[in-house]
Design a protein. Structure first.
Lengths: 180, 657
């Protein structure tokens, strides 16, 4: 019986891969309801990536909507998302805040140097504590936060050109309409 | 017309592969020599047709046949000829053809060198190779035709991914694939042994040189890939734990375990089932790598364009090959724990510990690589675990290996005595501690760098002590048989590699700076003077090229030319400038101009000082050399023996056991 263990282990893998193929064809990872949606964003105070002595907190950003993008230099999916951010940022109409997640600042800077920096503001959460309050599953994730500090839209996984056009931009338009 | 001939050649190759895969199996089962004799000619014929198909694709690239979609997608009129040949394996379809071509090279080599093996066994081995080829030929013919036409024919093509336009990239895939595919031989040997219910372990000796050569090629391919990433990606890293890198690293780890397990099985007869299982896993992980890279299940910087149909096909193929062989293993693997018994203090024990560590490390890498997928499955979103996970666990698992390595050769099979081990521990330990203390003064007390020096000395002295022991105790000519020399080389390579990694990681200096022409930056004793940026052009790119003059004191070290290239189709690619040295690399990458309108002004630059970074690849190359040297051992050359003699010899062996 024990000689069948490798076989069963492998079949488990096959099931996982089969699921992966099925998931890729029919799903997009955004379809996860967030308990934070339409609730105030958690309060945070985090240092700036390039000026670690200066901190940014939630109250500093109140008044105007912004898009908080969780990324990290070690995150492979982020490299997929990055060109989209680079291309779309100028036409988004909101501030793009980069949230560097569980990352050595040096690595993050190097990564931004290599891939370009689309962010208007960069904050670093090296220990990853604040991210727990945001309910961050992993990088990349994006939160659209309105002028009152309420999360209005959330996307898990890389933003694609398609997602930006069909989901993010309408959400931004709705937010901007309320508080010009 | 010619591309259609390529297609036809592939279809004929598929038919021959079917013959090679099925008829000899029936022949071996029914003891029909005529059917068994089909294996070799069928293998040769298949190889000829695959070579023709491959040649036709190369021809299409060389002659700009843009009516072939694959050629039009991956090359253009300005691409130099050497990159047009490399473009053959630059994307999914062509690289798959290369895979098959290399599989055929291995099969032909196997057909040629297996003449002296028992006929039944050899025909089973060749049949398994044929069945693998059937899967891949069907894959390329039904889902990934490289000869598909594009009509109307465009005047010019697209471009080869500029990341691949680098000398390192032209030979990295063929070498890597040679390693990957090479594990199919060990796999075929194991399956043939299971099918034949081979109770003896003679086949393990025949499989050993093949496994060593495959592993050495894989090592070389990984080293080439790592060096390419370092030179080309512009961030000075040499390993990123990217899913595709992991896909090549997992079979490497299992192959490493397999090499050592085979040694135990061949010499002592123990660990038989484990050796068979590892052979299956090594090749399965090669197939898995192919699946991960081509199915689109995982995202990676160098994954191929994905197509769900391909994913389903490879998954089905993977299920049949791996599932089938594991089932066969469950049914036919040797039931009793055979072989000679061994005590706790024995060579078997340390080899077993090493084996477990490598296997666990491979499982750890597999888990980390598949984590995004598991995340999806458990509805947690797609999460990359990345270097924080691998970088913590992998060194932890390798620590016992490094610590035990010097003792391995000194231990005897079966049962060993301790005095000699204490001597080794004392000598190598004192040398390592002493050198560590001396090194501490040179490296500002950096613990990682000290550990690097100490482990190099620990492993190096261990190897030297054993070499000296052989020199004293053995008569001339019998001191260093190839198998032993290979082992010593590879173990020394581990030390060089570990030292390179630890010293580079702890002592590298990186600086991202803004520099105006004429400004100088001082890093690690070197002065980098930025002499501005000018434009330059190549065959299919134009570039902003920086000039950085490096001096040390009053000596000129070199003039470096980092580039930021823009290729014909608009892709931007950094070409870093590297001033290489045995003890340090200087590395300059060009960032962005401060003012895009004025490229002659100030730029952002990244300057690196990387001590001992070459040792990482040097260590890898030593390991590769060790693998090749081992395979050349005379003991592995098969003598012609009639089958009755084999049985007799085995009988003698069994009674002695």
């Amino acid at each position: 019986m024990s000689r069948l263990l490798p076989f069963f282990g492998f079949m488990l893998l096959v099931a996982l891969f089969g699921f992966g193929i099925w998931w890729n064809t029919g799903h997009d990872p955004q379809a996860i309801p967030s308990p934070l949606l339409n609730k105030p964003a958690p309060a945070f105070t985090l240092p700036k990536l390039y000026e670690p002595t200066v901190t940014v907190s939630k109250s500093d950003l109140l008044g105007k909507p912004y898009l908080l993008n969780v990324f990290a230099s070690w995150c492979v999916e982020c490299e997929v998302e990055h060109p989209v951010l680079q291309a779309e940022t100028p036409t988004l109409g909101v501030l793009l805040v980069g949230y560097d997640y569980k990352d050595a600042p040096e690595d993050a800077k190097r990564w931004l140097f290599e891939h370009g920096n689309p962010y208007g503001l960069l904050i670093a959460d090296q220990p990853g504590q604040t991210a727990i309050d945001f309910g961050v599953y992993g990088a990349p994730e994006s939160f659209l936060i309105d002028g009152k500090g309420v999360i209005r839209y959330k996307h898990i996984g890389p933003l694609t050109a398609d997602v930006v056009a069909t989901e993010l931009k309408p959400a931004i338009a709705a937010v901007l309409k309320e508080s010009p | 017309m010619t591309p259609e001939l390529g297609q036809l050649a592939l279809i004929l190759a598929l038919l021959l592969a079917l013959a090679q895969g099925i008829l000899p199996l029936i022949g071996a089962w029914r003891s029909n020599r005529a059917l068994m004799a089909v294996a070799r000619p069928a293998a040769a014929g298949q190889a000829v047709f695959v070579a023709i198909a491959f040649g036709i694709l190369v021809w299409a690239f060389v002659h700009f046949d843009f009516s072939v979609r694959y050629v039009a997608d991956n090359s253009n009129l300005a691409l130099p000829w050497y990159y047009r040949i490399a473009a053959v394996w630059g994307a999914h379809e062509g690289s798959l053809l290369l895979w098959i071509f290399i599989l055929n090279v291995w099969t032909v080599a196997l057909a040629a060198f297996s003449q002296k093996l028992p006929e039944v066994f050899a025909s089973r081995v060749l049949a398994v190779m044929g069945l693998i080829a059937v899967g891949f030929l069907a894959f390329i013919i039904f889902t990934s035709d490289p000869f598909g036409r594009l009509l109307p024919m465009p005047g010019d093509g697209g471009d080869l991914n500029p990341v691949l336009q680098d000398p390192g990239m032209t030979f990295h895939p063929p070498v890597l694939y040679t390693g990957y595919v090479g594990f199919s031989v060990a796999f075929a040997f194991s399956i043939a042994a299971l099918l034949g219910g081979e109770l003896e372990q003679a086949w393990v000796r025949w499989a050993r040189p093949w496994t060593n050569v495959a592993w050495a090629f894989l090592t070389c391919g990984i080293v080439a890939g790592s060096w390419w990433a370092y030179a080309e990606l512009g961030w000075g890293g040499w390993w990123f734990w990217d899913p595709v890198e992991n896909a090549s690293f997992m079979p490497w780890l299992v192959g490493l375990a397999l090499i050592h397990a085979q040694a135990v099985t061949e010499k002592r007869g123990s660990l038989r089932a484990w050796t068979i299982l590892l052979s299956i896993f090594a090749f399965s992980l090669s197939l898995l790598g192919t699946f991960l890279v081509r199915s689109g299940v995982l995202t990676s910087v160098h994954a191929f364009a994905s197509d769900p149909r391909r994913g389903v096909f490879i998954l089905a193929f993977l299920t049949i090959v791996v599932g089938g062989s594991l089932l066969l293993y469950a049914l036919r693997a040797p039931k009793v724990a055979g072989g000679k018994s061994f005590k706790l203090m024995s060579r078997e024990t340390v080899l077993l510990i090493g084996n477990l560590m490598f296997a666990v490390a491979a499982a750890m890498v597999l888990l980390g690589t598949l984590f995004p997928l598991v995340g999806d499955a458990l509805n947690m979103g797609r999460i990359s675990v990345g270097p924080p996970y691998f970088g913590f666990l992998f060194p932890l698992l390798m620590l016992p290996v490094v610590l035990l390595l010097p003792f391995g050769p000194f231990l005897r099979w079966g049962k060993s005595d301790t005095p000699i081990l204490k001597q080794v521990l004392l000598r190598a330990g004192i040398a390592a501690v002493a050198c560590g203390i001396v090194a501490a003064f040179f490296v500002d007390g950096q613990p990682k760098a000290i550990a690097g020096v100490a482990s190099l000395v620990w492993l190096g002295v261990g190897v030297a002590l054993y070499a000296a022991k052989r020199w004293r105790e053995m008569p001339r000519g019998r001191r260093y048989p190839a198998e032993m020399a290979g082992m010593l080389l590879a173990h020394l390579g581990v030390g060089v590699f570990v030292a390179g990694v630890l010293i580079t990681e702890s002592l590298s200096v990186t600086s991202d700076v803004r520099m105006a022409p004429g400004q100088t930056q001082h890093i690690a004793g070197y002065d980098f003077r930025f002499d501005g940026v000018h434009q330059t052009t190549g065959p299919n790119w134009r570039a902003d090229q920086g000039v950085v003059t490096v001096t040390r004191g009053s000596d000129l070290v070199g003039v470096m030319h980092p580039q930021k290239r823009t290729y014909l189709r608009g892709q931007v690619q950094t070409e870093s400038a590297v001033d290489a040295g045995l003890f340090r690399d200087l590395y300059v990458a060009l960032g962005e101009p401060m003012d895009t309108a004025n490229i002659e002004g100030a730029w952002s630059l990244r300057l690196y000082y990387k001590p001992f970074v070459r040792w990482i690849w040097g260590g890898g190359l030593l390991m590769m050399l060790g693998g090749f040297t081992c395979a050349a051992d005379r003991r592995f050359r098969i003598k012609r023996i009639a089958e009755s003699e084999v049985a007799e010899a085995l009988l003698v062996q069994e009674t002695h056991a």
